[in-house]
Design a protein around this ligand. Structure first.
Ligand code: AMP
Length: 148
């Protein structure tokens, strides 16, 4: 059989299950002789809520600090997988939306997510996994993660 996938994207949230998701993606990449990329989205959060008046003053530096921290974490994880810096993406935004956007921009043909992330295993499928499955224009593998 021909290789099904040429470019596989891991969506990493640095939860305790990340290793399982990454190793599944790596196996698939090896089997398909596919390129492997990895991304992490630093979630945008409202800095102020006008219903409550500005509660916290968060400056632009905080966003940059979060991005910087995300980059550091992703580099560490990507290094263990042998993924080059040119194949790593850390961006601010909404995970469900931006994982799909990066996949489109980079012509990914398989996105690998965990069935659940940091928010725990309360539903069949986490909200990011669900959003990616609904909006992706390519195949999506949701690696089934179980509670420890
Ligand atoms: P969730 O749906 O948030 O429970 O997470 C399910 C999966 O989506 C995780 O196992 C990750 O693969 C991916 N994911 C969640 N949040 C992010 C994020 N901020 N950046 C990249 N991938 C994420």
């Amino acid at each position: 059989m021909d290789s099904d996938y040429q470019h596989i994207l891991i969506a990493a949230d640095f939860s305790s299950h990340s290793d399982e998701v990454c190793s599944k993606a790596r196996q698939l990449a090896e089997r398909n002789h596919a390129r492997l990329s990895i991304c992490h989205i630093v979630e945008d959060f409202p800095l102020t809520d006008f219903a409550y008046e500005p509660m916290i003053s968060v400056d632009i530096d905080m966003r940059d600090a979060l991005l910087e921290a995300g980059k550091k974490q992703l580099t560490k994880l990507a290094d263990t997988l042998g993924i080059a810096a040119s194949q790593q993406w850390v961006e601010c935004g909404s995970p469900g939306h931006d994982i799909v956007r990066i996949a489109d921009e980079q012509q990914v043909d398989l996105i690998v997510v965990g069935s659940h992330g940091r928010r725990g295993i309360k539903m069949l499928l986490g909200s990011t996994a669900n959003a990616v499955l609904h909006h992706a224009h390519c195949d999506v593998l949701a690696v089934r993660l179980r509670d420890d």
